[in-house]
Design a protein around this ligand. Structure first.
Ligand SMILES: [Zn+2]
Ligand SMILES: [Zn+2]
Length: 421
């Protein structure tokens, strides 16, 4: 397919889900058809395709886990390319902790979108908007928006049946606009963080094949160069528990994005120095002594919230095979808690599940009907007229008529068979 990944947004590369949407637009088909016809066969290459295959609704397509991996393969094959990893966070697998790195819903800067469209550039959504810690646009000093100003829909998924890039997932309105400069005040650290993440992503996202330094190596380099090799000193300076810094330096698990951004803020080391060269200019170091809020492990309530959203989204992506009650049971909480905490997702899942159950019941009936017909035809061939109870037992039932539809199906089948010559 002849379509380029957009890199025009101030050096920020496009996210994979945005590219997928643009492919569908280029082919003038709805995203649903694009997904079913061109993506699904590639996602399930060599494996049986399940009947239920809803459009994935969360942002993991752009992340660094399995979903991103298989989507990259599918899109590479579709577009006859090999470099689409860079439209995701996959290059950062060895470098950044995956937990809470990606946000599962969309955010956008309305002015960035407006600028792209009004300057005739390719409208796309950059990968940086997927990073959960990024909450402001450093170019326009605006808070990123997550809620449609027209219909109020928040927590928007990446994909929908008729989705277009830069548009609302519910009402479909274009989200780019010039808005008065009166959003909530933005701190220097928030802007710094957004800019740093853009800088970091530009390393992997704009060019292909960059080797990023592993987390533990990068942490040790920062610790040794700027904190006299002391994990305790580094932890205190960056508001991170020293015991955790020890683990990050030892490579027990990768360090979170925040650690590197804070280190860059405090020392002046650039993202390229931290993640690519490891050559620091200590002389030019800014030596800021900022007060960081201490980063702790995620409290249980928030962790539950994140897990719940993820599981609901997964259940939606699976096409509603699970009920809200099943999701609740999986987390050891009551269904009422699910409804109270995530009303919108729960009601979407409830609807989808109802539809699924209806289809499933229909399929069961069809299967029953086919069995009944075969059995009665076989009996008729031998000149036997079986009793209804017997028919039901032979066709997987328990031999009692607990339901009217079974009675009807058997009656119908008998009538049809007796009409045959
Ligand atoms: Zn902007
Ligand atoms: Zn809307």
């Amino acid at each position: 397919m002849d379509i380029e990944m957009a890199n025009e947004v101030g050096g920020r590369g496009e996210q994979l889900s945005s590219l997928a949407l643009r492919c569908a637009e280029r082919l003038s088909v709805s995203f649903r058809d694009f997904y079913r016809e061109l993506i699904v066969p590639r996602l399930y290459e060599g494996r049986p395709i399940p009947d239920v295959r809803g459009i994935p609704v969360n942002g993991t397509v752009d992340g660094m886990l399995q979903a991103a991996n298989i989507w990259v393969k599918a899109m590479n094959s579709l577009m006859n390319r090999s470099d689409l990893r860079r439209a995701t966070l996959l290059p950062w697998r060895q470098t950044l902790a995956p937990r809470a790195l990606i946000r599962t819903h969309r955010v956008w800067c309305p002015v960035c979108l407006h600028d792209l469209a009004s300057h005739g550039k390719t409208v796309c959504e950059p990968l940086v908007w997927r990073v959960a810690d990024v909450v402001v646009c450093p170019h326009h000093r605006l808070r990123l928006e997550a809620q449609c100003p027209y219909c109020g829909r928040g927590r928007q998924p990446s994909f929908g049946a008729f989705t277009r890039v830069g548009c609302c997932r519910r009402c479909g309105k274009w989200l780019g606009r010039l808005i008065p400069d009166d959003s909530a005040p933005i701190s220097e650290q928030e802007t710094f963080l957004s800019r740093s993440v853009e800088d970091a992503l530009s390393l992997s996202n704009v060019k292909d094949g960059v080797e990023l330094i592993c987390s533990d190596v990068a942490v040790r380099a920062l610790r040794d160069v700027f904190y006299c090799g002391s994990s305790a000193q580094m932890g205190r300076a960056l508001g991170i528990l020293p015991s955790q810094v020890v683990h990050f330096a030892a490579g027990t698990f990768p360090a979170p994005l925040q650690l590197f951004v804070r280190a860059s803020y405090a020392t002046g080391a650039t993202m390229e120095q931290i993640f690519v060269t490891n050559k620091f200019e200590v002389e030019a170091s800014v030596g800021r002594k900022p007060q960081f809020e201490v980063l702790r492990a995620v409290p249980r309530q928030r962790q539950l919230g994140a897990d719940l959203v993820m599981r609901l989204n997964n259940a939606l992506a699976e096409g509603g095979t699970q009920s809200v009650g099943a999701v609740a049971a999986g987390l050891n909480i009551t269904a009422t808690t699910v409804w109270r905490r995530e009303r919108e997702l729960a009601s979407r899942l409830a609807q989808m599940h109802a539809e699924f159950v209806a289809n499933e019941t229909q399929a069961q009936k069809e299967e029953y009907r086919a069995k009944v017909r075969t059995y009665i035809t076989a009996c008729a061939a031998r000149g036997i007229t079986p009793g209804r109870r017997q028919v039901d037992t032979e066709c997987g039932g328990v031999g009692r008529f607990s339901t009217d539809w079974k009675r009807l199906i058997i009656k119908d089948a008998m009538r049809q068979v007796s009409l045959l010559p």
